[in-house]
Design a binder for this molecule. Sequence first.
Ligand code: CP3
Length: 342
Amino acid sequence: MMIKNDLFLRALKGETVDRPPVWMMRQAGRYLPEFMELKKKYDFFTRCQQPELASEITVQPIRRYGMDAAILFSDILVIPQAMNIEVEMKPDFGPYLPNPIRNLNDVNNVIIPDVNDALGYVMEGIKATKEKLNNEVPLIGFAGSPWTILCYCVQGQGSKNFDKAKEFCFTNPVAAHILLQKITDTTIAYLKAKVIAGVNAVQIFDSWGGMLSPVDYQEFSWQYINQIIEALKEDAPVIAFGKGCWFALDEMSKSNASALGVDWTITAKNARYLTGGNITLQGNFDPTRLFSPPAEIKKMVTQMINEFGKDKYIVNLGHGILPNVPLDNAKAFIDAVKEYNA
Ligand code: CP3
């Protein structure tokens, strides 16, 4: 099916464009009043599980701002849930896993589910979203990296340093690798099913890759992300986003990923240098900078595009948009890209 606005897909292919495409990580979220309305009525996983709600939330930011891509409303933690690990989303606290994984026995109890069965609601959400989008813009599907999923499974909740997750890997590497491989196998099947259901590209969120040293990153994170990229490369373009993972960009750029996401702690120049200048890059506006006045946001976005270059580039934040960002500031970010003149 032809997508009317295919800027995002063209940037993923590295084609020459008049301006780069733009979307925002976590664009379907708490800065939008229409999102907050639904959040009041339905708990988090209900919003994820009901195709009508998930698709509605997915298209909300597109209707308001006209980003160049939509990202399916869901969460990375639906994967451990499907693997028989209990996950709660506690209001004002975040993810909470009452029975964290701490030993080989726990790992052995983790199942590799039939994704169409356990996560069929996601596929239904994709189909409902595709209908609402009416081929106006592409739809992105996503998953967490195996390492980032392990972080929550073992730590049991968010953390500043994921010390328990790292301790588990370093004291029980055999169990850790069995768990990482189970998550990887599930994620590959899941992302393939998402592509069949209709997503046009997939992004892997390695939100906590930067918690690992460069050597440990290769062992506990990158090798599994790379397995996913290799398995998906014929199905859809893959974007690998590693927060705080600039040290791995050289290695990542040698993969079959179509694009690499970078956060705001690296300059455009260094990101281009480390990736050899050929692969599409995505990022990297500091999400907190969206609290600057709109005029300043616009100036900074234009400068960011000039630094990355308009081609082989997807404008995004360096991490998810924060709650309480004023609506006009989010608009300034999107508009600055749409008004960009090379
Ligand atoms: O980008 C989008 O708009 C699509 C939706 C999306 C959500 N989570 C919805 C969500 C995506 C892509 C995610 C990914 C996700 N979830 C990541 C990776 C990206 C990142 O930000 O690092 C991670 C680490 C999670 C785990 C997670 N889910 C946390 C830590 C939290 C709680 C903290 C918080 O931000 O509130 C969530 C809950 C969550 N996922 C919310 C949303 C909109 C907020 C809670 C709610 O709506 O009730």
